[in-house]
Design a binder for this molecule. Sequence first.
Ligand code: RIB
Length: 306
Amino acid sequence: MNETRKPIVVVGSVTMDMVTCTPQIPRIGQTVIGTSFSTTPGGKGANQAVAAARLGYPVQFVGMVGDDVYGPQLIDNLFHAGVDTSAMLAASGSSGLAPIFLAENGQNAIVVVPGANGKVDSAYVDKHLHVIRNAGMVLCQLELPMATIDHTLALCAQFDVPVMLDPAPAAALSDPVWKQVAWFTPNETEAAFYIDGGSDPEPVARELLARDLRGIVLKRGAEGAYVAVAGGKAGWVQPFAVDAIDTVAAGDCFNGAFAVALLEGKDPWAAARFACAASAISVTRHGAQASMPSRADLKSFLASRG
Ligand code: RIB
């Protein structure tokens, strides 16, 4: 069968996560004895790409690895998850790396060292204009240089391609960016970076929408998600209760699944419910890309929850 769906295109980061499991995340100056260490593919962009691809949607990734030992592993992992990696490039130097502390209660602390992700520039994006022009939706995060994000979003505006921007890690955005984003998906900490005071999602969403955004999802982890549309409805999408063991990349799982559901024609609330289910499954598994559910996993999870 010929593929007629326009792909999700992720212009984003790919990183090798260096995960140290520990009873608790050390305080400043404290040494703790950890329980295990592993390297596992991550990076917010690549995680979102894998989340969408595992659900059976066509996905293309525009990003760079380094020419180190991790580069081929990172590309292979994306490829085997079903992501089109033909636009990827190995730049000289280190791949993106992310030391992560993962505590027994599922909480985490992450430092991202950009490596090759810092070399993804506008000239490289321009080499893949046809990919962006042909996208059903472009997904970006903030682990690439800001000039590259600005440029990518300007191209999406020019080609009339909707953009989902995950403002993670939170950083100041230029004025045109706000107008070019169809879906803005901060978690609670990131939302607080943009809107001062209060964690009540209703005023936060209202203030964010006032910046010309068209749609917002406030990701609230175990509380679910708050969805608001410019000039339209706003409200909570309830979470699925699960026993979380690893919350790394749960937000990325949400974004990949949310994009798939929107492109499959679900309304934003049904799409957010689908994405909440996907990320509920992901937190019951270890790893970032390794935790993303397949379509079959998601169907049986939703069936089991009625
Ligand atoms: O969102 C989780 C991701 O953030 C990790 O996989 C890590 O690579 C950092 O980019």
